[in-house]
Ligand binder design. Sequence first.
Ligand code: PEP
Length: 258
Amino acid sequence: MKKPIIVGNWKLNGNKELINKFFIPLNKFLEKYYKKSTVVIAPPILYAAFIQHIFSSNKRNFFIGAQNTDLHSSGPFTGEISPSMLIDVEVDYVIIGHSERRLYHQEDNESTAKKFYILKKENLIPIVCIGETLKEKRDNQIQEKCKNQIDEIFKICGSKHAFNNSIIAYEPIWAIGSGRSADPEEVQRIANFIREYIELKANSEIKNFFIQYGGSVTPDNVKQLISQKDIDGFLIGGASLQLQEFTKIIKIINQMYS
Ligand code: PEP
């Protein structure tokens, strides 16, 4: 059975005080769970080194993620962070194409696919966010939207194995931060479509590929969501900032997997 992967996206939240309060108990809690599930926290990137430092002499039971990367490795790109810098501070997973990056930073399918390509080249694990707006959902365009986002990655990577060692986070944009999660059975239908589409293109030779759901995941809805066959884990925003909520979610997922 696949190990579920749970990623906390802290977005533009947190400070040293929260980090000090959050990570030591989280790490202790994960002592019991880390072998059965992969847990990643993506804080604002400047705190990655601080977290790395806290655990420099203790075993770390979670991975550090980033919320973005630049395409370049160095040079005159003010304000940017490169994949090699992320590796330097022990980042393993990188979220790309989040709807908030698309909305506020003019990122699109092409720039996201280019980031995906660079991350794979650097042996970082991309978590690429795809999903529809409410209007696209109402217009029955969910599959078409996801397909276009996936196709751009196949095109830029130029390989039928592009999605080996990667994660797709299916995140209906209208569900993010809204308190209104998508219907689990509908998520299953889309996740199954995504998996079959990618497997078909890859002649079924796909390895280490995960599909997450993201959008208002809480301890109350996670059980039904993780029961769906094609959901391998979650990308979690709000609830990942609350230690109690986040650990409850991890516990429920593990109960379902054992
Ligand atoms: C997200 O930011 O990717 C997300 C899913 O947020 P939330 O869990 O708060 O909806």
